[in-house]
Design a protein. Structure first.
Length: 381
């Protein structure tokens, strides 16, 4: 790594680093590249990589930068020799900070990795810990089954034990809801907005066009689609609005949408809306489709929208976003905690959205901006 005097030095700790197959791994790679870009030092270690069968050391490339990387096979961190290799590699990077990018299911199929804090603490070579919570635990919602609440209680207990063991100097997360839950556990978490793993290839601002005046209206759904009973009524309203304004409506399904795309295709065709299943494409092509869309659709429960990589991609491309999602209310918080920049669809209000959001919005929370917030957080501690 470069001269330590140039800035902070960070080893980012995650579970997996297979490019394009692990969202948090992709996030870590882009974060590290942005740190290198502004003169800091960054490397990444993946501690439970499902996509490799052997310990691997080398570099991964992102946006013109070579990022030092170590990848450990799944469940190998408990092997004494492998753990020692990881500790030695981290020591060689001479980090001032270890930044754990935490997802419980990244370290165990059920998100119940017993002793994770102890294993992680033994990797520390005098560096300070930062923990970024991309997810917390299951069973937060009052609509979920009791078994999920019990499962979530166990995950929460293990998270508490891990934090007690690591004693992090800084804690962060992406959502206001998670910040409130972490406060209940005694941690004042900073909200670091999630940035997109899909870089906006078109740097020009969108033209200020009244969406009602366009002859075509293109909606984009990107990534995994979550189930919602609101899809049919939403698409009927979209189609009715299009007919009333002489607009042809098209929906592009982008990326790995999953089986729920079948529901969208069925109801869209019933409503007279054209559907284009674009599927998986390279990031540049996804970016082009998003740039040419007019409205983004998020299917993540609206209270959790901020943790969605798909939502981050829609916003980085300057799209106004509508949440078409299932009811989801967090235990202990009777009022929905709604993000500022997403419109929550409910029966009958699509026309309100079209009358309110008449021009394209400016891109938000790109990686450069969030990386600087990350740097500021570490430098202030």
């Amino acid at each position: 790594m470069a001269n330590p005097q140039k800035g902070i030095s960070v080893v980012v700790v995650c579970s997996s680093l297979q490019q394009g197959r692990d969202g948090v791994g992709d996030y870590c790679r882009r974060l590290a590249a942005n740190l290198l870009q502004v003169g800091h030092r960054a490397a990444i270690i993946a501690l439970n990589d499902r996509f490799t069968n052997e310990v691997w050391q080398g570099v991964q490339h992102f946006s013109g930068y070579d990022i030092p990387v170590m990848r450990l096979p799944a469940q190998s961190l408990t092997v004494t020799a492998t753990h020692a290799q990881a500790a030695t590699w981290i020591s060689e990077q001479q980090p001032q900070w270890l930044s754990l990018q935490f997802v419980p299911f990244g370290f165990h199929p059920k998100g119940l990795k017993i002793g994770l804090g102890t294993l992680l603490s033994k990797l520390n070579q005098g560096a300070r810990w930062h923990v970024m919570f991309h997810e917390l635990w299951v069973g937060m919602d009052v609509e979920g089954p009791f078994k999920h609440r019990l499962w979530g209680w166990l995950q929460r207990r293990l998270i508490s034990l891990m934090l007690n063991k690591l004693d992090p100097v800084a804690v962060s997360t992406q959502t206001l809801l998670y910040k409130k839950y972490l406060a209940q556990m005694g941690y004042d978490a900073t909200v670091l907005p999630l940035f997109s793993n899909i870089i906006n290839i078109n740097k020009e601002l969108r033209p200020q066009v009244n969406l009602k005046d366009k002859p075509y209206l293109t909606l984009a759904v990107f990534g995994s689609i979550h189930h919602s009973d609101m899809v049919r009524s939403f698409l009927i309203e979209v189609a009715d609005f299009g007919r009333a304004n002489n607009q042809k409506v098209n929906i592009n399904l982008l990326g790995r949408c999953g089986n729920e795309k079948l529901q969208w295709e069925k109801y869209a065709l019933e409503a007279g809306i054209n559907v284009s299943e674009i599927g998986e494409q390279d990031p540049e092509m996804i970016s082009a489709y998003l740039h040419n869309a007019d409205i983004g659709i998020s299917t993540t429960p609206v209270t959790l929208t901020e943790k969605s990589g798909s939502f981050a991609a829609l916003r980085e491309h300057g799209l106004p976003v509508i949440s078409v999602s299932r009811p989801w209310h967090a235990h202990g918080f009777p009022e929905d905690i709604l993000p500022d920049d997403v419109f929550y669809y409910q029966n009958g209000n699509f026309k309100d959205f079209m009358n309110t959001v008449t021009v394209a919005v400016a891109p938000r929370n790109n990686a450069d901006r969030v990386a600087q917030q990350f740097i500021n957080l570490l430098q202030s501690n």
